[in-house]
Design a protein around this ligand. Structure first.
Ligand SMILES: Cc1ncc(COP(=O)(O)O)c(C=O)c1O
Length: 379
């Protein structure tokens, strides 16, 4: 059996592990080192802690095995956060005079990047995620950035189609794969040049680590991203990298549980008259479903919906007992938030982004139904 033929669970538990060494642990502990013994010529693999670290190496191999199973030559670089990974691709690949296409409905810190890119002389064009609207602004662009499914609206774009058109137009394609994780979607297999993610979310899944990564097939591009990491120094601590690697072992267990409960929750919410605007790419009648089903292997832990207004949404969140009112998503403990409270997304006041955790589905759904009923009572 080759790597490529293993199931996701097998791959996840073994990802990035070194060859067994007698008396050594299966996953070596974090290496805390700012510098390494380095007599003579200063050549790698380990010279200085901002450039490389053995704990990153294990994690980078692990993520690479999940992003591109069985494929040699894909390079993965870990970063201090998802934003560090995103910025590394954008700022290492674009220069003054280039044009980039970014989503209008992506992660809410993207507009800050628009401003920064413009300040550096990069032309920023925008397009919504759904309906492959990016096609109309591709001409002459150097990079197309897509986030699919988008956070928080859960729209989906056709990665294969966009890659085909972007490459024909001479543009690179980067996919923010945070919501899906590599078990849900493999952007490199869909043709993208970069798969980028905030591993703060589902990849690490416990809400206790900030981390990001970039995976890339082209060694020259990878070297540019690596150089950017060295310049900016947005590197993960060894402890965070090790925790992330440990968490990857349960990735398939967590994601499968989260996705099946998310679908059950979405189906339950679809029956409620007090819930509108329900979105979950795994629901067969969701506007994203047809495209999502062609390119995703799992539909993710996030369900979005609207309640009548801000007050009702706040009462709902207060009424939940098993769900933390907190931002972020993809963790083993369910979280939900009224997304409009941040002011950065074009969402209704009663819009809820709900991230399904690993609780027993019956308990979680009962909690949601009770909180919805209670939130409706005082109206
Ligand atoms: C889709 C997406 N990309 C990137 C990020 C940024 O990641 P981080 O918070 O790890 O910097 C987030 C954070 O919520 C996100 O949701």
């Amino acid at each position: 059996m080759t790597d490529q033929e293993y199931g996701d669970g097998t791959r996840a538990v073994r990802a990035g592990l070194p060859e067994p060494v007698k008396y050594e642990p299966t996953l070596p502990g974090p290496v805390f080192a700012a510098h390494f013994h380095l007599p003579g010529e200063p050549t790698g693999p380990y010279t200085y802690g901002r450039d490389e670290n053995p704990t990153w190496t294990h994690l980078e191999r692990a993520i690479g095995e999940l992003e591109a199973p069985g494929e040699e030559g894909v390079e993965t670089l870990v970063f201090a956060s998802g934003m560090a990974a995103i910025s590394a691709v954008l700022f290492s690949q674009l220069k003054a005079g280039d044009a980039v296409v970014l989503p209008t409905d992506g992660y809410q810190a993207l507009p800050l990047l628009h401003e920064q890119l413009r300040a550096y002389g990069v032309e920023v064009r925008t397009a919504p995620t759904g309906g492959d609207a990016q096609l109309s602004v591709l001409d002459g662009a150097g990079l197309l950035w897509i986030e699919t499914p988008s956070n928080p609206g859960l729209d989906v774009c056709d990665v294969r189609r966009l890659v085909r058109e972007a490459h024909a137009a001479g543009a690179l394609v980067a996919v923010d794969n945070t919501l899906a994780t590599p078990l849900g979607q493999r952007p490199l297999a869909l043709g993208a040049d970069f798969s980028v993610a905030s591993d703060t979310k589902g990849m690490t899944g416990h809400g206790d680590v900030l981390l990001g990564h970039v995976s890339c097939r082209d060694p020259r591009r990878a070297a540019e991203v690596r150089r950017w990491r060295k310049i900016v120094g947005a590197i993960p601590g060894p402890m965070e990298a090790w925790l992330a690697h440990r968490s990857l072992a349960t990735l398939q267990l967590r994601i499968d549980r989260q996705c099946s409960t998310a679908l059950a929750l979405a189906r339950t919410l679809a029956e409620r008259a007090d819930v509108t605007g329900l979105r979950y790419p795994g629901l067969p009648d969701d506007p994203s479903h047809a495209v999502a089903a062609r390119q995703m292997r799992r539909f993710g832990p996030v369900v979005s919906f609207e309640l009548a207004d801000r007050e009702r949404a706040e009462r709902f969140l207060e009424g939940l007992r098993l769900v933390d009112d907190a931002t972020s998503f993809g963790g083993v403990r369910s979280t939900a938030e009224r997304r409009g409270r941040w002011g950065g997304d074009a969402v209704a006041e009663g819009f809820i982004r709900f991230s399904v955790g690993a609780e027993d589905p019956e308990d979680l759904i009962a909690d949601v139904l009770r909180a919805l009923d209670e939130a409706g009572k005082t109206d």
